[in-house]
Design a protein around this ligand. Structure first.
Ligand SMILES: Nc1nc2c(ncn2[C@@H]2O[C@H](COP(=O)(O)OP(=O)(O)O)[C@@H](O)[C@H]2O)c(=O)[nH]1
Ligand SMILES: [Mg+2]
Length: 163
């Protein structure tokens, strides 16, 4: 499957949860990851966001602005993070956006996938959740397929229809 078939999503999540690394894997780039200081716009309306957008309230306005232009919000919860930074209400503010929950860094020594799942549930992110590790390229395939299908309009639950 080619990365060109992916599009129209933004990756959000805490600083260091693995957004830029995951995106490089999804897009099959091999460049060194550098810290994302600003929104990074890729082809096909794919956006990487700096973690500060979600972890610092003063930047919530910037976060909301960055969500406007995409159909799908991919929220990452790192498996080694004891807390959720997702402002779930903000992520659900715009109707008709797909919200996809990802549990990242599942290979890490202190990973607790069950806890990450609970944090996603508490934040109001609907399942199913995609468990990924950059160390295991196969783990990324189901997420890539899902994003690809959403972009083709084949799957996913429109949030406004649920609430
Ligand atoms: N062990 C492990 N490390 C990861 C994984 N994903 C990302 N990292 C590392 O976590 C650090 C932060 O990743 P980065 O993608 O920059 O996070 P971002 O701030 O969310 O964009 C980097 O050193 C990555 O190599 C993973 O699945 N497993
Ligand atoms: Mg980054």
């Amino acid at each position: 499957m080619k990365s060109g078939q992916l599009g129209n999503f933004i990756l959000v999540g805490d600083v260091g949860c693995g957004k830029s690394t995951l995106l490089k894997a999804l897009l099959e780039h091999s460049d060194e990851v550098t810290k994302t200081q600003a929104l990074a716009f890729h082809d096909n309306n794919i956006i990487d966001s700096p973690g500060e957008f979600i972890s610092r309230r003063v930047l919530y306005g910037a976060l909301l602005n960055s969500l406007i232009g995409v159909d799908t919000i991919v929220y990452l919860q790192a498996a080694d993070n004891e807390r959720a930074t997702a402002p779930g209400d903000l992520l659900r503010l715009y109707p008709n956006k797909q919200l996809v929950g990802v549990i990242s860094k599942t290979d890490i020594e202190y990973a607790d996938v069950g806890r990450a799942e609970e944090l996603l549930v508490e934040a109001g992110i609907p399942g199913p959740y995609f468990r990924v590790s950059i160390k295991n390229p196969d783990s990324i395939e189901p997420l890539r397929d899902h994003l690809w299908q959403i972009n083709r309009g084949e799957t996913g639950t429109i949030l406004s229809a649920m609430s």
